[in-house]
Design a protein around this ligand. Structure first.
Ligand SMILES: Nc1nc2c(ncn2[C@@H]2O[C@H](COP(=O)(O)OP(=O)(O)OP(=O)(O)O)[C@@H](O)[C@H]2O)c(=O)[nH]1
Ligand SMILES: [Mg+2]
Length: 363
């Protein structure tokens, strides 16, 4: 399945460096702005400890992780929505993504150039966010100017026109659409227009253990944690890999002191997964134990189609055991049944994270 997280930010802030670490690829990551022009695409496994624990109870030939796609996108500069830098093509790349990881430089280093020649993460964040906002404004204003034209699915009735005016007004105040409350009906309309500021977003801070980084991190945390936006500080420079194992005890202490958990790249992948509102269910048998990804709220019938279209077409029912019950009874299916923890679910059942599923179908 093609869920995509895009890594965005100003030029030369470390996006491709992070991308290379996460994907194990070697795309160019050099010390000059606009090193990346065309987006790089990488597939990253979502490491889930539960697969290994299931494998301890069931003899199986292999374990297959689920994955998500990461996009390493070109740097964006002030005025991009009006065509500056790599301009609109950059914004088009973000449109293809389902969620945004916004990378911010939080380190001083005179050898690494900054496009605005000074280190000021809050200013940098504002520049990027304003460009996303301007891009959405342009789309909305274009619609208003052509409102007699009927959009693919929606007529521009008074209701939608009012909604468009409301969005324009909020965007002009600097409020991204994701911070507003919309009804289900409104969201269907807005999602059809693929707005950038409606996409879920979190911040990845490219930091060091230096005191100056700590100050920058604290300022950003203070601003965004109130808004419940996820902020992940990480260290990715060449001598200091993002892998947690390479961080020694003293350094860990500095991080704990700052209430900043030492992270490894799987944390970023998992956070991207959560940002996309995805959940995992499992299938388990002698051939393979496998994790599958669905959106929160998916029915079991739709989920079965991921495995094979025949499963969905001929769906009868599914046998479901929750991961916790499976582990509690040490994989002993007889016991799971005896204690009523094996459920038979029909097509409307909503898949829960950690369900271990066997599908029954007829074709
Ligand atoms: N000192 C230091 N250098 C870093 C860090 N992260 C990245 N760099 C360096 O910064 C330069 C730019 O990194 P890239 O990963 O190419 O940055 P980018 O954001 O992809 O840049 P564009 O593709 O031009 O938008 C490279 O020389 C990296 O080695 C860091 O945490 N510390
Ligand atoms: Mg790059």
């Amino acid at each position: 399945m093609g869920f995509k997280c895009g890594i965005i930010g100003l030029p030369n802030v470390g996006k491709s460096t992070l991308f290379n670490i996460m994907t194990n690829l070697k795309v160019p990551a050099e010390n000059f702005p606009f090193c990346t022009i065309k987006p790089n695409i990488g597939v990253v496994p979502v490491i889930d400890y539960r697969l290994k624990e299931i494998a301890q109870q069931i003899v199986s030939k292999k374990i297959i992780y689920t994955f998500i796609n990461f996009f390493d996108i070109a740097g964006l500069v002030k005025g991009a929505s009006k065509g500056a830098g790599l301009g609109n093509s950059f914004l088009e790349n973000i449109k293809e993504c389902n969620a945004i990881l916004h990378m911010v430089r939080c380190f001083n280093n005179d050898n690494i150039s900054h496009i605005y020649n000074s280190i000021d993460p809050l200013r940098d964040i504002e520049i990027i966010n304003m460009e996303l906002l301007f891009s959405d404004l342009t789309v909305l204003e274009k619609i208003l100017s052509k409102k007699n034209i009927i959009h693919k699915k929606f007529e521009y009735d008074n209701y939608n026109i009012k909604l468009i005016h409301f969005c324009i007004c909020q965007l002009k105040k600097g409020v991204p659409l994701r911070e507003l409350f919309f009804s289900k009906k409104e969201l269907i309309f807005l999602n059809s227009l693929n707005f950038l500021t409606l996409k879920p977003m979190m911040y990845i801070l490219n930091t060091t253990l230096h005191h100056s980084s700590k100050i920058m991190i604290e300022k950003i945390l203070e601003k965004f944690q109130k808004k419940k936006i996820k902020v992940i500080p990480c260290i990715i420079n060449n001598n200091f890999s993002i892998y947690s194992d390479s961080i020694n005890f003293a350094q860990k202490k500095i991080y704990n002191f700052n209430n900043i958990k030492n992270i490894n790249f799987h944390d970023i992948v998992r956070s991207g997964y959560m940002l996309l509102q995805l959940i995992t269910f499992f299938t388990a048998g002698p051939k393979e134990i496998r994790a599958w990804t669905v959106r929160q709220g998916s029915t079991i019938k739709k989920a079965s189609g991921l495995i094979h279209t025949d499963f969905e077409k001929g769906f009868i029912r599914a046998q479901v055991i929750s991961y916790h019950d499976f582990i509690y009874y040490k994989g002993d299916i007889k016991k799971v049944k005896k204690f009523g923890r094996l459920r038979l679910e029909g097509k409307k059942y909503i898949v829960q994270d950690g369900d271990i599923v066997t599908f029954l179908f007829n074709i």
